[in-house]
Ligand binder design. Structure first.
Ligand code: PMV
Length: 303
């Protein structure tokens, strides 16, 4: 058996429908080219090495324990985080970590796992980070591609379906540098729904329509329409109160640089934003504009 084993998984962006997806509305998400890697080896005590990434050790240790106990593996391990997926919030880095962990632990235990098993074990790890995750992040980290995801009333009823897209497209990701726990943003939206049920229902209806139109635009490769739908989706997220001043600055600078559309991605309240570019050169121009505003970012591909 190998002493040191490795797992890797991709990050994701939510193109349409974050937050509403927690409440049963379909969402579209895509695996991105940036990956998280995890190396695991037996150790005398449980040890997590975050490398140069910003992490929350308490939650990370809890997620490692959740994955191990779901897999029925006993013992202590040294877990080293790596890869080029920033733990910047909104990019599914916690889910990618859990999927990579399940793969690396399976190799430690000599287990051959199906994707479904990996996804289920990773979901247990995700609970440590998110409390009540919709499951969309671990699905994308496990399967990649572009998917429509719908949460069921039980996790067995969660549905995901790969979407056909016309070719690849480029996204510029803007990083606010402001960390905002997803769990706090999800609970903020939960309060919104409780206190303003009619307003929430109206927004959710609009989100559902956007997702359905976005499926058509992805299929036909209508990038202009896709960008316009992103801008519409952003307005709904602003109405929910999950968009910070930093998010707005990034979104405005991306739009100023001619982005076809821009919005937050994931939990919001900081974290990351995405902007659709016409091509790679345009994605680089958008990145320059975002950097001029004092934010970091990177270019990634989808499709
Ligand atoms: O911020 P992230 O990458 O963890 O994405 C969270 C997405 C939400 O829809 C806000 C929550 C969820 O569990 O789907």
């Amino acid at each position: 058996m190998e002493i040191r084993t490795r797992g890797e998984a991709c990050g994701k962006v939510i193109l349409f429908g974050e937050h509403f997806v927690v409440h049963g509305v379909p969402a579209i998400a895509a695996g991105i080219s940036n990956k998280t890697t995890v190396e695991v080896e037996p150790s005398s005590e449980m040890l997590f090495i975050p490398g140069n990434q910003r992490t929350i050790p308490e939650l990370t240790y809890r997620s490692i324990n959740n994955v191990l106990s779901a897999m029925g593996i006993k013992g202590n391990f040294k877990v080293t985080l790596g890869g080029d997926l920033p733990t910047a919030g909104g990019l599914g880095s916690s889910a990618a970590f859990c999927v990579a962990l399940a793969i690396a632990f399976a190799k430690q235990a000599g287990l051959t796992l199906s994707k479904e098993q990996i996804n289920n074990f990773a979901y247990e790890g995700e609970k440590a980070f998110h409390g009540n995750p919709s499951g969309i992040d671990n699905v994308l980290a496990t399967y990649g591609g572009v998917m429509t995801y719908t949460r069921g009333t039980t996790s067995k009823e969660n549905k995901f379906e790969p979407l056909r897209t016309v070719g690849r497209f480029y996204l510029t990701v803007g990083i606010t540098g402001k960390s905002s726990p997803t769990v706090a943003m999800v609970s903020k939206v939960g309060d919104f729904k409780k206190t303003k049920p009619d307003e929430f229902a109206e927004l959710a209806k609009k989100a559902e329509k956007i997702v359905s139109e976005a499926e058509d635009s992805l299929f036909s490769g209508n990038m202009e329409r896709l960008g316009a739908l992103m801008n519409e989706n952003e307005l709904l997220l602003e109405a929910l109160g999950v968009v910070s001043a930093e998010n707005i600055k990034i979104i405005n600078s991306a739009r100023g640089a001619g982005a076809l559309g821009a919005k937050i991605t994931g939990g919001g309240g900081g974290g990351c934003c995405i902007a659709i570019a016409k091509d790679k050169t345009h994605a680089e121009q958008i990145l320059v504009a975002i950097r001029k505003e004092g934010f970091d970012g990177f270019i990634t591909t989808v499709g």
